[in-house]
Design a protein around this ligand. Structure first.
Ligand SMILES: [Zn+2]
Length: 221
C-alpha cells in the first residue's frame, strides 16, 4: 500500500452496512439526517466490489471498506485504502429529489474509487486484444506485481504475453509465428504493444492520425 493512502476519521456520523459475497463489510457514513441518501451508494458498492473480485480473480485484501461523505470536501473523492472519502454530492443519492444524471455521477465516482482499491485499466487495449486476453493479461500483471513495484513496461509485457499463440479477435488475425514477447502481428504489420501505448501514456497530447487519399483508397498513418 502506498503511504499516502493512509487515512483515519474521528466523527459522529452514522452508517448503513452490508456484506459482499466474499464477506467484506461495506459501510457508507454520513452526517446525521442523510439516512435515506446512503442506500444507493451501499447497493452500488456491494455489487461493484463483487464484480471487481470476480473480474480480476483477486480478493479485496481488507475485511472492511468504508465510504464516507465529507461536508466541504475539496476534491470529488479520495481512494484511501479501506476508507474512501467523498464529496457529499459524489456519494449521496436521494431517490425522491436527485436526477438520473446525479445517479450516474455517483455511480461513476464509486466505480472509479473502488477500481483504485484493485487496479486501473485501459479500454484501448481491451478492444485491440479482445476482452478475454486483456483480462488474462491484467490478472497476470496484478498477481505478479502485487505489493511490489512495477514499471509501465511490465504491464505491456503481461498484456502481450497473454496474446502469445494464434487467435482471431475483433476481425483481426494475430499470427503467433512472428511474435516476440511484446509484438503482435496486426493487419499484416508487426506492432509493439509498448511502442503503441507509450504514444498514449508518455507522449504529450494525443496521437496524430494522418489520413491521405490516393485515387479511391485511403491511407492511415
Ligand atoms: Zn482516481
Amino acid at each position: 500500500m502506498r503511504t499516502y493512502l493512509i487515512a483515519y476519521i474521528v466523527c459522529d456520523f452514522n452508517s448503513v452496512s452490508g456484506t459482499t459475497s466474499s464477506g467484506v463489510k461495506v459501510s457508507v457514513y454520513t452526517s446525521a439526517g442523510k439516512w435515506s441518501k446512503k442506500h444507493y451508494a451501499l447497493e452500488a458498492s456491494l455489487k461493484l466490489l463483487d464484480f471487481y473480485e470476480h473480474y480480476f480473480g483477486i480478493n479485496y485484501p481488507l475485511h472492511k471498506l468504508d465510504l464516507v461523505a465529507i461536508p466541504d470536501f475539496e476534491s470529488g473523492a479520495m481512494e484511501n485504502w479501506g476508507l474512501i472519502t467523498y464529496q457529499k454530492t459524489s456519494l449521496l443519492f436521494d431517490p425522491k429529489t436527485s436526477s438520473v444524471s446525479d445517479r450516474l455521477w455517483v455511480t461513476k465516482v464509486i466505480v472509479h474509487e473502488l477500481a483504485h482499491q484493485g487496479a486501473c485499466i485501459s479500454n484501448i487495449l481491451k478492444d485491440l486484444l479482445s476482452k478475454e486476453k486483456f483480462q488474462e493479461g491484467i490478472i497476470h500483471y496484478l498477481k505478479k506485481f502485487s505489493y511490489g513495484n512495477a514499471k509501465n513496461d511490465d504491464l505491456w509485457s503481461s498484456l502481450s504475453n497473454s496474446c502469445l499463440g494464434n487467435f482471431t479477435s475483433g476481425g483481426f488475425y494475430y499470427s503467433g509465428s512472428k511474435m516476440t514477447s511484446c509484438t503482435l502481428a496486426f493487419l499484416g504489420e508487426d506492432v509493439e504493444v509498448k511502442e503503441m501505448m507509450t504514444t498514449w501514456t508518455l507522449q504529450r497530447r494525443i496521437p496524430l492520425i494522418v489520413i491521405g487519399q490516393k485515387g479511391r483508397s485511403l491511407r492511415l498513418q
